[in-house]
Design a protein around this ligand. Structure first.
Ligand code: IPE
Ligand code: IPE
Ligand code: MG
Length: 262
């Protein structure tokens, strides 16, 4: 995605003393950055607040990361907001999250419009409470003409559920006679995933120090670089994002081959 040098410089002026923005290689910004937004609850608990206050604070971070990603010229920003396993949380927390998702989408429409952000959902949106689903449909319609960075929000998303769903779609195509079994290859599977048409994430960021994938983008992360920070999601900001990209740019991506220096 095209990046506006002047807007970039303005948004990333005033960097912390230990961070040198000039180190960023703008020609090697990941096309797709994905965030596992974790640690909202612990952020709140550490402050003596209700866990749900952490979710509210997490929205502020997401807003900043969206703007930062646009300024950096990222093509796709994806974010894990609610997993298929998060239904196991107390009903009150689930209710607050569903309410917050809907409210945030409406509140942030001006930002999404100003920054020309395309929005899509990864996951089974049809199973969400009706009000949340309706607001999502309304918001998607409002963003329909946007042509800039893609924001892919994973809500009621599970990597295993996604792969099982793709298997069902493929089986249906075969059953109808529209697909030959021998034509089922990797791109055929990829085309049946929620992320069809998106590049795989080059960089996956997980906040709050957890060293696990938690059923996220299982197929798509085959060769993603991981950046795990102890920072809780509500404390994650544009500078943390730059640190993640700098770490990514320092990695030797081999894809099973040999390093370029070998
Ligand atoms: C991530 O923060 C947000 C969601 C999963 C919805 P958590 O709510 O998982 O926060 P912790 O991990 O309990 O601190
Ligand atoms: C992963 O975080 C899901 C989201 C960030 C939405 P969790 O907090 O649900 O993951 P676990 O339970 O610690 O693995
Ligand atoms: Mg968590």
């Amino acid at each position: 995605m095209h990046y506006d040098e002047a807007k970039f410089a303005e948004y990333f002026s005033d960097a912390p003393a230990d961070l040198d923005i000039a180190q960023l290689d703008m020609a090697r910004i990941p096309r797709h950055i994905s965030c596992i937004m974790d640690g909202n609850g612990r952020w709140a608990t550490a402050r003596g607040l209700a866990r749900t206050e952490g979710h509210k604070a997490g929205i502020v971070s997401l807003r900043e990361v969206i703007t930062a990603a646009v300024r950096l010229g990222v093509d796709v920003l994806s974010a894990y907001a609610f997993s298929t396993e998060n239904w196991n949380r107390p009903q009150h927390e689930v209710n607050v999250l569903m309410h917050l998702f809907a409210k945030t989408f409406i509140d942030e429409l001006p930002l999404l419009k100003r920054e020309n952000v395309r929005v899509m959902f990864l996951g089974d949106i049809s199973a969400l409470p009706e009000r949340t689903r309706k607001v999502f449909e309304y918001g998607l319609e409002a963003c329909r003409d946007h042509t800039g960075m893609t924001l892919a929000l994973a809500v009621n998303y599970g990597g295993r559920a996604e792969i099982a769903r793709a298997a069902r779609s493929i089986a249906r195509l075969v059953q109808k006679g529209d697909l030959d079994v021998d034509a089922i290859d990797e791109s055929c599977v990829a085309n049946q995933l929620y992320t069809a048409g998106l590049p795989d994430p080059e960089l996956v960021v997980r906040t709050s120090g957890e060293m696990r994938v938690s059923n996220y983008l299982l197929w798509q992360i085959a060769y993603s670089e991981f950046y795990i920070t102890d920072t809780y999601w509500p404390d994650f900001d544009r500078w943390e994002l730059v640190r993640a990209i700098l770490a990514y740019q320092g990695r030797d991506r081999r894809f099973g081959g040999l390093s370029k220096t070998n």
